[in-house]
Design a protein around this ligand. Structure first.
Ligand SMILES: Nc1ncnc2c1ncn2[C@@H]1O[C@H](COP(=O)(O)OP(=O)(O)OP(=O)(O)O)[C@@H](O)[C@H]1O
Length: 263
């Protein structure tokens, strides 16, 4: 449940487990989690702990082996119409311009209208790519490609944005710029977001709440009380550093959980 009575829960993950193999281990193991509307939550954890799997469950790209996931009160039975997804690699189509890549979710459903194109150009402008609409992915930098991928996920103004380490391949400064872009766009539209990352500083900067995952479970939860809008100087504040330190220790503890031999 949301701790803020003015906010309603938008994403509800109830006792959800997932096994890739019916007889194998639960890669996501009995997770309970809720995201109030308009909040940004981050899943933090080491490689292989089940973050991407949980994100795919929240997108409806995988269906739980046990438990239920609700978006806006409705149990997911397939890919959610409410969600935009940004993958680890930008996954743009090489032969399409930046504009046509942003329009792809629309083009897959119907022929884009002038209004669709205007909306896509507006999104490109919002991510700083107004002058790059006709360029193909190969003519864009890695950061610019990631911006196109974020713009594409925001087409149709989804209520929920699911992001899987979208900035992992970028240099530190470009990554910080994209984090600011993302926060600005989410605040503008009241978008709820679930963001997967390995990076503790990224999680603290973006999130209202961070979940540390290990071996398919949430092992630690930290609410981030930094004011919004966030700005770069906050990264050097005592509150930011204290949150990073707590999460780092939590991840070390989580590693001990992984290493502990089975009883
Ligand atoms: N399609 C699949 N079939 C079988 N096992 C899978 C599949 N995808 C992932 N797994 C396994 O499930 C576990 C969790 O994987 P997942 O991708 O969710 O982890 P992750 O925390 O996102 O890792 P990373 O940070 O490296 O992306 C891993 O042990 C992985 O090998």
């Amino acid at each position: 449940m949301s701790t803020d009575p003015t906010k309603t829960d938008f994403v509800t993950i109830e006792r959800t487990s997932y096994r890739y193999d019916a007889t194998g281990p639960a890669v996501v193991d009995a997770i309970d989690w809720t995201i109030p509307r308009g909040e940004i939550h981050c899943l933090l954890g080491r490689s292989g702990c089940g973050k991407t799997t949980l994100l795919k469950l929240a997108a409806g790209l995988l269906l739980p082996s046990e438990g239920t996931i609700r978006i806006g009160g409705e149990a997911l039975a397939g890919p959610s119409p409410h969600a935009g997804f940004v993958f680890q690699a930008p996954t743009l189509l090489d032969w399409l311009s930046a504009l046509d890549n942003v329009l792809l979710p629309t083009s897959l459903k119907r022929r884009p209208t002038i209004a669709d194109k205007d909306a896509a150009l507006d999104l490109l402008e919002r991510v700083g790519l107004a002058d790059f609409a006709t360029r193909r992915p190969a003519e864009l930098s890695g950061g610019q490609q990631s911006r196109v991928a974020v713009a594409r996920a925001l087409v149709g103004n989804p209520d929920l944005l699911l992001l899987d380490e979208p900035f992992a391949a970028l240099d530190a400064l470009t990554r910080e710029e994209l984090q600011d872009d993302l926060l600005r766009l989410c605040a503008l539209n009241g978008t709820t977001a679930l963001f997967v990352t390995h990076d503790i500083g990224e999680a603290v900067y973006l999130a209202d709440k961070v979940a540390v995952m290990a071996a398919g479970r949430v092992t630690h939860v930290r609410r981030i009380e930094l004011a919004r809008p966030r700005h770069r100087d906050m990264r050097y504040s005592p509150a930011f550093i204290a949150a990073c330190r707590e999460l780092r220790y939590a991840m070390d503890g989580a590693a001990a959980v992984i290493r502990r031999p089975a009883a």
